[in-house]
Design a binder for this molecule. Structure first.
Ligand SMILES: [Mg+2]
Length: 258
């Protein structure tokens, strides 16, 4: 953390925790669709479910358990996590994810600690961050393996967002004060779980009003307009009164000099 930065020390946030998929890149890339297809294939190939029923089963597992892997194991299926990830993530068309220079510039203006918190496995997180060109913007990646360090027997429950245990993992592993930590995620259940543990929350992808979230953004690039206090103190009336255009010019100037 760059503690020499006056802006970050006067911000109400010490740390920004980012979900990865559908938060730092758009669900419209096609990756989300491919992921769903891969889960369907996994259900068919490994467990012999009829192909026509796989999409419905997948949707139900997601609705009830938050992920297919958690759902299958909860229902007593012996699913090897590495095998699951090798199919569901390993077969993704990663070339659909393009470098995002604008996002990189935005992240580099944020001087607080920045942490990735994803349900995905580490290989997927690293590949995706690499494709986006932002791998070096984060001090820590908290992922599937972090939440499930001793996963072996099929009976071991899988811990993932939105479980409270998963949310507690991020607070403990990152060593953050939840009241001074901003948590961004595209899944309202994850956001609600974070809020229940005292994190300041941001729903990404939908600008809706909800008691479960402190802020909502259409896309990650709206961060500057919606939460300028990441950069500036809430008490600092002069800075907080910067207009949207002034903030934009600060960001683009930083981008040019980077
Ligand atoms: Mg997500």
């Amino acid at each position: 953390m760059d503690s020499s930065c006056i802006q970050s020390t006067s911000s109400p946030f010490d740390c920004i925790v980012f979900d990865l998929d559908d938060t730092l890149y758009s669900s419209k890339t096609g990756i989300g669709q491919a992921l769903k297809r891969n889960i369907d294939d996994f259900l068919v190939e490994r467990f012999g479910f009829p192909g026509s029923q796989a999409p419905t089963l997948r949707a139900e597992l997601f609705k009830i358990y938050g992920s297919s892997l958690v759902g299958l194991r909860s229902l007593g299926y012996d699913v090897d996590a590495d095998d699951y990830h090798s199919v569901v993530h390993g077969r993704l068309p990663y070339d659909l994810i393009k470098p995002d220079a604008k996002l990189r510039d935005l992240l580099q203006t944020i001087k607080q600690r920045k942490i990735i918190f994803t349900n995905s496995d580490k290989i997927h997180a690293m590949k995706t961050l690499d494709r986006l060109g932002i791998k070096d913007c984060f001090e820590q990646i908290i992922c599937f393996e972090t939440m499930n360090p001793n996963l072996s027997k099929s009976t071991t429950p899988v811990v993932l967002k939105p479980s409270m245990e998963a949310m507690k993992t991020v607070i403990d592993v990152a060593g953050v004060d939840p009241r001074r930590t901003l948590f961004l995620d595209d899944n309202l259940k994850n956001v609600a779980a974070g809020k229940a543990l005292g994190l300041r929350t941001v729903l990404v992808g939908k600008s809706i009003e909800s008691i479960e979230t402190d802020y909502a953004l259409e896309t990650i690039t709206n961060l500057v307009q919606v939460i300028p206090e990441i950069w500036f103190s809430e008490e600092d009336d002069q800075r907080i009164s910067h207009t949207k255009n002034e903030m934009d010019s600060i960001l683009s100037a930083t981008a040019v000099s980077a």
